[in-house]
Ligand binder design. Structure first.
Ligand code: PLP
Length: 461
């Protein structure tokens, strides 16, 4: 037991702290206790400092320990922390909805508030389904997703997502929904440059809609830049423009999962703006509250909202959560979004992302690095054992996990992932620090990561 825990056990004799009372994520890993966060750094109970190179899991856009957010949260908690939303709306929810309507592209002007990314995806799917019921086309219910995508950990979100390791233990419980292949430049077919492969990769959607029967398909969902499962892989040029055309042709709604890519992370307000496409629905979370409160939202266009309005529509979206539109969380979202705009975090992500990418360039020469990619401050590294054939390492080599461990031992947290190539084989890392990061911190991040990759490359040689 660490000194920290021993001290707490001694202090709290009425309720002694025992590590096994908490069902932690990985029972095999050493227990590290985070005690404090400040700016881009986290501190543990032993007093060690870590550069948070993944902003939690691509969440802490404003960095840690922001006093203005903490004060807004405390003020709202004193005023009103909860009101039954079937009867009341609250001012923080109205304020945040108005701010989002101004911030989001096109006429994505209507928000449903939930508690995080998985709930946002569930609600986007339910909103898409009920939309078709409202307009008198109840045969449309299927949601087409992509392999090597991640849309959340609830059973519905796992069903439409394509992250095989996260789906595996729950397969018998999942809904059978159609999937198309992912599309990203590093693994385009060898005879297809990304510029022409973008629109052709999107054609898989048309084939899937025709196979399922367009009259049964409610929506298509995709991450503009695939995060956890592919390691910051943006779609090629032309991909989402073609996706939009196909969705329109077959009356299929397009849901952009912006849980990770929203709120400036990729150098634009939302990731999909790189393709100048407006989706019908957007699932957002993470950066909306920058980690200070559990918050997510679904944004929908006026066409969808109007379909619910009486007398034509039922007037009632059949969905509720105890913490839906919670005033405390919405107050946090409101101050976070104000700061996101005031500090031009999208512009910062574009500038600092280009700077960090440049500092990471030496990684391209590493014998185990196949690709360094990403947009803004959502960057990824894909590891391969053969740079010419792009052959991945066998899963038992645990390459991404080993690089992440080597980085952590040097005081840097990065986000590793596996299954990059086909859901089983392949290793990647995500580098996505707080958007407030400064150049000197980018230098530290890059040099630490390069040292960690070098150390693992030497072990593997
Ligand atoms: N969608 C995407 C693209 C994500 O990256 C994540 C989480 O990483 C989720 C959904 C699920 O969000 P949460 O973990 O807040 O439920």
């Amino acid at each position: 037991m660490s000194e920290f825990l021993q001290t707490r056990v001694a202090e709290a004799s009425a309720v002694p702290l025992r590590p096994d009372h908490l069902f932690v994520y990985d029972l095999r890993a050493p227990l590290r206790i985070a005690t404090r966060g400040e700016g881009c750094y986290l501190y543990d109970a032993e007093g060690r400092r870590y550069l948070d190179g993944a902003a939690g899991f691509v969440v802490a856009n404003l960095g840690h320990g922001n006093a203005e957010v903490a004060e807004a949260m405390a003020a709202q908690a004193r005023t009103l922390a909860l009101a039954p939303f079937t009867v009341f709306v609250t001012e923080p929810a109205l304020r945040l909805a108005a701010r989002l309507a101004r911030y989001a592209p096109g006429d994505l002007n209507h928000a449903v508030f939930v508690s995080g990314g998985s709930e946002a995806v569930e609600v986007a799917v339910k909103l898409a389904r009920q939309y078709w019921v409202e307009v008198g086309r109840p045969s449309k219910y299927k949601i087409i997703g992509r392999w090597q995508s991640y849309h959340g950990n609830t059973l519905g979100a796992l069903s439409i997502g394509g992250n095989r390791p996260r789906r595996r233990p729950y397969t018998p419980l999942l809904l059978d929904m159609p999937k198309i292949p992912p599309c990203y430049p590093y693994r385009c077919p060898p005879d297809q440059p990304p510029e022409t492969w973008g629109p052709r990769g999107a054609d898989y959607l048309e084939a899937a809609i025709l196979e399922a029967g367009p009259e049964t398909v409610a929506a298509f969902i995709a991450e503009p830049v695939v995060g956890a499962t592919l390691g910051a892989a943006p779609a090629p040029p032309g991909y989402f423009q073609r996706i939009r055309e196909i969705c329109d042709r077959y009356d299929v709604l397009f849901i952009a999962d912006e849980v990770m890519t929203g709120f400036g992370r990729t150098g634009r307000r939302f990731g999909i703006e790189h393709w100048e496409v407006v989706p019908d629905l957007m699932a957002v979370a993470k950066g909306i509250s920058a980690g200070y409160a559990p918050l997510g939202a679904v944004l929908c266009t006026t066409r969808i909202y109007e379909a619910f309005r009486p007398p034509r529509g039922s007037g009632h979206f059949v969905n509720l959560f105890t913490y839906g539109a919670n005033p405390l969380c919405c107050a946090v979202g409101d101050v976070v979004l104000r700061l996101t705009e005031e500090w031009d975090l999208a512009g910062r992500a574009a500038r600092l992302g280009a700077y960090l990418r440049e500092r990471l360039r030496p990684l391209e020469a590493s014998p185990i690095v196949g690709d360094v990619r990403g947009l803004g401050l959502m960057l990824g590294v894909e590891f391969v054992q053969n740079k010419a054939t792009k052959e991945p390492f066998p899963p038992e080599a645990r390459v991404a996990a080993r690089v992440a461990e080597a980085a952590l031992a040097r005081g840097l947290f990065v986000y590793p992932g596996t299954g990059t190539v086909d859901g089983e084989r392949g290793d990647h890392l995500m580098i996505a620090p707080p958007l407030i990061i400064r150049e000197a911190e980018c230098d530290e991040l890059a040099s630490t990561l390069i040292a960690a990759v070098d150390a693992v490359a030497r072990e593997l040689a």
